[in-house]
Structures are given as C-alpha cells and as structure tokens.
Design a protein around this ligand. Structure first.
Ligand SMILES: Cc1cc2nc3c(=O)[nH]c(=O)nc-3n(C[C@H](O)[C@H](O)[C@H](O)COP(=O)(O)OP(=O)(O)OC[C@H]3O[C@@H](n4cnc5c(N)ncnc54)[C@H](O)[C@@H]3O)c2cc1C
Length: 370
C-alpha cells in the first residue's frame, strides 16, 4: 500500500493550488451564504478553465484526470475556501444523463449544465419518505405524450434558484415491489402547477424548500431510462462519486482558522485536549481516504460500501470543529453571530445525503454482513 502522493501528483497539486491562488476571487472566499450569482460566477470561472466537470468523460468536457487527481482537486478547492460547486447539475443529473439519457437529452442538457446556464435541484425526498425513499408517493400518470405529475417534495435544496428539477415519481402504484413503480423525470421548474415554498432552517437561512406539483404536464421525452426503472437510476446516482464526502480540505482549513481564532483558549487543557483529538481524527480520516484511493488506483474498482465511513467521520469532524469554535467564542463579540450561524448550519450534515444512521446500516449490512 502506498499512501504517499507520487511526484507527478504533488506537481499536479501545486498546479491546482497555484491556479486557485491566482483565480479564486477574494470576495467569494470562505463565504457562508452565497447568492445564485456568486455560485454561478464561480461555476463559470471553472468552466472557462475546463475544470468544472472533472469526472465527466472527455468527449463531454471532462478533464481526463484519474481518481487521485480528482480527489486532490476537490480537496484543494476546500482548502482554498472556494465556494461549493452545486452538485445537482454537474455531479448528479449529468452523470445520469451520460449513463442513461437519450442522445437528444444529452445534447439538450449537458452543454447547458457545463456552462452553468441551467440551475438544477434534486426532487427525491417527500414528507414521510426520506430514509425510506422507496415509499415516495408523488404520482406521474401517463396521458398520451406527457405525464401529469401530482404530489409534494420536501427539503429541496435551492429549488428557489432552479430552472430544472430531476424527480423520482411513482408511475405505477400497483406493482408488488414498490421500487419497480418508480420513474426518473426531468421537470422544467417554469411549468404551470409548480409552487415553491421556502423552509427556513434554524440558522435563519433559506436554503431548502417544499415543492408542490399540481397537475404539472411533463413531456414523455423528459423520462430518463425506462418507465419503472427510476430506482436503478437513483441507485447509480447514490453510488456515484462518493469519494469527497469526507470534505477533508475544508476541515483542514477550518481547523487552521480555529487554531488562530482560539489561540488564547489553547491554555485551557480541556479545550486543547478536544482540539487535538479532532485533529488526530482528521489525520486518521485523511489516511483512510488515501487508503481508499490507493485501492481504487490499484484495482480500478469503485469503492465498496465501507466508503460510507468517510461521510460519517467527515461530518462528525465538521460538526466538532464548529462546537469548538463556539466554546472559544466571546459571547459579546460581533463575529460570534457568524460562528453561531455556522454551528447551527452544520447540524444538517449528519442528516442529508443519507443520514449517518443509514450510512452505519449500510456498513453493517454490506461490509459486516449483519
Ligand atoms: C439541509 C438539507 C438539505 C436537503 N436537501 C435535499 C435535496 O436537495 N433533495 C432531496 O431530495 N432531499 C434533500 N434532503 C433530505 C434528506 O435526504 C433527508 O432529510 C434524509 O434522507 C433523511 O430523511 P428524513 O428527513 O425524512 O428523516 P427520516 O428518514 O424520517 O429519519 C429520521 C431519523 O430517523 C433515523 N432513521 C430513519 N430510518 C432509520 C433506520 N432504518 N435505522 C436507523 N435510523 C433510522 C434517521 O437517521 C434520522 O435520524 C435534505 C435534507 C437536509 C437536512
């Protein structure tokens, strides 16, 4: 096993680091809340460089980087404090279209996703159907050359910015195996009958929404893969690109900032002890991540279910860093308001993208055979 980067990989890291230092606008760095314009501005800077969709096949605009280079790139973005690349178009819808879409769908949607012309959101979760996603009820009934969609999605991140939503819908409520009645539809957010309502989270920010569908007409050409095969598409998506869930670069940056910010608190033995433990856990997570990479580099195989541990540990570390920042904060200082918002905002990380309890179930079932 080789956990060190090769000299070529180190050179690549320096190239990315140098480019980010020169091209990441100062005013976009380290921002907690970014507008749609901010997010798309960063998207377009990366698109212009040809680095916005590293994992796509080269013919569609991918960089041709191997798995280690892609990982290094992601970590450097986090370490530099770059805005997040909103994953719904680039990392979710596009890979699905590349794998399952018709030629017409690829031609219509991929260039617009690459250039940041369409903003996408993800319509999976419904009230009562989050972890138990296969119980979803939003109905799509085929009527001649379109589907009529009725139902509700919830927790839809940035739906208020979105031009399009990809949805799991129930096209056949009669099948015995409920997964077989689900289909994957692309829906124009401007369609009549769609209502987006904000959900304000406990940090006071508007990121997520409820989306209601009331007799929404969707042309049949917006069905991806076959009718009733939406679960196959969803499973493919969940397994796709799970290597950056640890967010190590971002946590390293937060740790460095915390050490500066909490320097006077370091004299407190208990605080120092907690901080050191988090730092050690972050190092252990990085080594675990490198082990996964080494295995993928050697075997060419995608990671197994045990990659879920990166999400569990990575999000726990993200949360622990904000807890430590709150412990070190001066309650009367103005900057504490921002720390408080971040602390509250980070509570979501152990819930979204498959809650940590569900990730543990996956490890127990797939790896430990329980
Ligand atoms: C900030 C945020 C953004 C999100 N963005 C999106 C989005 O853009 N699109 C989208 O479709 N969804 C989105 N989600 C929804 C997210 O995927 C769900 O919240 C998540 O899957 C959990 O589902 P739930 O909220 O229905 O909770 P539930 O499934 O009801 O779970 C409640 C609790 O019970 C636990 N639990 C449930 N089942 C089990 C089990 N079998 N074993 C052990 N524990 C269990 C869970 O871990 C959780 O702690 C977002 C969520 C959040 C918080």
């Amino acid at each position: 096993m080789d956990l060190n980067y090769s000299s070529e990989e180190l050179a690549f890291r320096d190239e990315v680091r140098g480019w980010l230092a020169a091209n990441l606008p100062q005013e976009l760095k380290d921002r907690a809340h970014l507008s749609k314009e901010d997010l798309m501005r960063w998207h377009r800077i990366l698109a212009k460089k040809g680095w916005v969709a590293p994992a796509w096949p080269k013919e569609f605009g991918g960089t041709g980087w191997n798995v280690v280079q892609r990982y290094i790139f992601e970590e450097e973005l986090g370490y530099a404090g770059a805005p997040p690349l909103i994953p719904f178009g680039i990392n979710m819808c596009a890979p699905v279209l590349i794998a399952f879409g018709t030629e017409a769908q690829k031609k219509r949607f991929l260039p617009r996703i690459y250039q940041g012309e369409d903003f996408w959101c993800q319509g999976y979760s419904e009230p009562g159907s989050g972890s138990d996603l296969a119980s979803l009820k939003t109905k799509a009934q085929r009527v001649e050359n379109h589907y009529v969609v009725n139902g509700q999605k919830i927790w839809t991140t940035l739906a208020h910015y979105a031009d399009w939503i990809f949805c799991l819908v129930r096209t056949d409520p009669t099948v015995e195996k409920r997964q077989e009645g689900i289909s994957f539809l692309l829906i124009d957010m401007k369609s009549p009958g769609i209502t987006v309502r904000p959900l304000i989270l406990m940090d006071g920010a508007h990121h997520v929404n409820e989306v209601f569908f009331d007799d929404v007409k969707v042309p049949v050409e917006n069905l991806v893969h076959k009718e009733g095969k939406g679960w196959t598409v969803a499973k493919y998506l969940l397994g796709y690109e799970r290597m950056n869930t640890g967010r190590i670069g971002e946590s390293k940056r937060e740790l460095r900032k915390l050490k500066d910010f909490a320097s006077s608190k370091l004299a407190d033995v208990r605080f120092r002890d907690r901080l050191t433990r988090v730092e050690v856990e972050l190092m252990a997570l990085e080594i675990t991540n490198l082990r996964f990479l080494d295995r993928m580099r050697r075997t060419g195989q995608p990671p197994g279910a045990d990659v879920s541990m990166l999400k569990i540990k990575g999000t726990e570390i993200q949360q622990a860093l904000t807890e430590l920042a709150m412990q070190a904060a001066d309650p009367s200082a103005q900057e504490t308001i921002a720390l408080e918002k971040k602390y509250l905002d980070m509570r979501k990380t152990t819930i979204y993208a498959g809650s940590n309890e569900i990730q543990r179930n996956i490890i127990a079932k797939m790896t430990l055979g329980l």
